[in-house]
Design a protein around this ligand. Structure first.
Ligand code: GDP
Length: 460
């Protein structure tokens, strides 16, 4: 495919050690020859390919030095975009990268749109659509496990599975075609049986992929967790105990009036995303300070509540109120401060709220925290989560396509079962094939492609 030459700042804006301006397209070398000067070489020729070359970016108009840089030229097609690529490593900071980008644009490149480098990698056939989406998921990953899942998809695990399924569907279609083309070979039971077997196999595999969606979401976004309890029961101490032993990633979410702090704690491979941690820490009490309505809201938003009670005090009305709130929610209950004289035990709680996991803890002494961690893992994953061995669907678009494909193959199976004329379910199988193809981008419209890449960041 023929494209114009694009350029963008590839690094995040702000002060940093280095910044990178990336150029991709036929004119990349041309442009860099115009603006890059080195004492050692006159041009980035083939001998210099894939080597970092030291020199200066100089404005060809007034010969003024723009910055001191290291530049690398990578000849297509073995590059990110499959086109010729030049990357200019300049000093980090807003000014040098912007100046260099402007100069590159003045000398023949066009400003790249969001995700355009990756889009070219897709359009030029280096990666498929699911892999391109994995690139974006990698960049935006906030959890280690989310990153690992996406890396796996970038390597092509999901794509391969989808391709295999489409092959199976194609061979089913071929069987149907053969039966239609030669009506004198009356469509035998064995053909129906084969189609039925094929259909069921495809159905099961799609269903298996859909089964991973929940895990995929948790690994990607974290298990949304609310820690509840009256003041002084030990919520902050629990948070601190969990944080001490487990790596945490803290991100600020800009764009809200008050910056929300999201805290991710990695527990036995499960990322917990603690909702409104600031609330817990600063106000010392979720329910009292933020009110029952907000507490309810938080509970509804969450995948899990960890509710803490103080074993050294009798249950109060407030405790009972909290119990009511978590009745229908996935919850773990901690009976904390068991190192003190106990006024209540597990039974006092379970008689109000049966069927919940209750753990005795002394957060201060560190007792029971490991049981909490094991319980968490057992609750959300049966067995180890081996990301590298499994295909895990973690992208909403992929899930939706799989759901459509599942419906198609279900319809086909129904029709086969009912012994309907063979060409009647041909269309279902074809739809299934197409819907799966939209995951990898084999059968996808321009509008969908546009929509996917629009959400990328500039420079990727
Ligand atoms: P929060 O208001 O629920 O966040 O409770 P904090 O974590 O601030 O704890 C309140 C008080 O209880 C602090 O003085 C803690 O040191 C103490 N505390 C927390 N956990 C335990 C525990 O397991 N045993 C004892 N004896 N004290 C604890």
């Amino acid at each position: 495919m023929d494209f114009d030459t694009i350029a963008a700042i590839a690094t995040a804006p702000g002060e940093a050690g280095i910044g990178i301006v990336r150029i991709s397209g036929d004119r990349a070398l041309d442009i860099s020859d115009k603006i890059f000067k080195s004492e050692r070489i006159s041009s980035l020729t083939k001998e210099e390919e894939r080597k970092l070359v030291y020199g200066h970016i100089i404005n060809p108009k007034d010969k003024k030095i723009i910055d001191e840089v290291l530049i690398v030229y990578m000849k297509g097609p073995n590059t990110y975009t499959k086109e010729d690529v030049v990357e200019i490593n300049c000093h980090g900071g807003i000014v040098p990268v912007r100046r260099i980008l402007e100069l590159v644009l003045e000398n023949g490149a066009r400003m790249a749109e969001a995700g355009e480098f990756t889009k070219r990698a897709f359009l030029n056939g280096r990666i498929d659509l699911a892999q391109a989406e994995a690139v974006m998921d990698l960049i935006s990953a906030k959890t280690d496990s989310g990153f690992d899942v996406s890396l796996n998809q970038l390597e092509g695990s999901l794509s391969k599975k989808v391709k295999d399924l489409r092959e199976k569907l194609l061979s089913m279609l071929a069987q149907i075609e053969a039966s239609i083309d030669f009506p004198e070979h009356d469509v035998e039971d064995s053909t129906y049986r084969k189609l039925m077997d094929g259909g069921k196999e495809v159905y099961q595999e799609i269903d298996g992929l859909l089964d991973t969606v929940y895990t995929g979401r948790i690994l990607k976004e974290g298990l949304k967790t609310v820690i509840l309890g009256k003041p002084n029961v030990g919520k902050s101490s629990l948070m601190n105990a969990l944080l001490r032993e487990n790596r945490a990633i803290v991100t600020d979410v800009p764009g809200t009036t008050r910056d929300v702090i999201e805290e991710y704690i990695n527990i036995k491979g499960i990322p917990l995303k603690i909702i409104d941690t600031a609330g817990i820490r600063e106000t010392n009490d979720v329910v009292e300070k933020i009110g029952v309505d907000r507490a309810k809201e938080l509970i509804n938003m969450s995948d899990l509540t960890i509710t803490v009670f103080d074993a050294s005090r009798e249950l109060s009305d407030e405790d009972l109120e909290i119990i009511k709130l978590i009745e229908n929610k996935k919850s773990i209950i901690l009976l904390n401060k068991t190192d003190l004289d106990n006024k209540i035990d597990k039974k006092d709680i379970s008689k109000h709220i049966p069927d919940k996991k209750i753990i005795n803890t002394s957060v201060i002494k560190g007792d029971g925290v490991d049981i909490l961690e094991d319980t968490l893992k057992d609750m959300f994953f049966t067995g180890e989560v081996k990301i590298n061995d499994n295909i895990i669907v973690n992208n909403v678009r992929h899930r939706n396509q799989l759901l459509k494909a599942k419906k198609d193959i279900e319809d086909a199976i129904e029709a086969i079962k009912a012994g309907l004329p063979i060409d009647l379910f041909e269309v279902d199988i074809k739809n299934c094939w197409e819907n799966l193809g939209e995951i990898t981008g084999d059968t996808v419209g321009e509008d969908i492609i546009e929509k996917i890449f629009k959400d990328f960041c500039i420079g990727k």
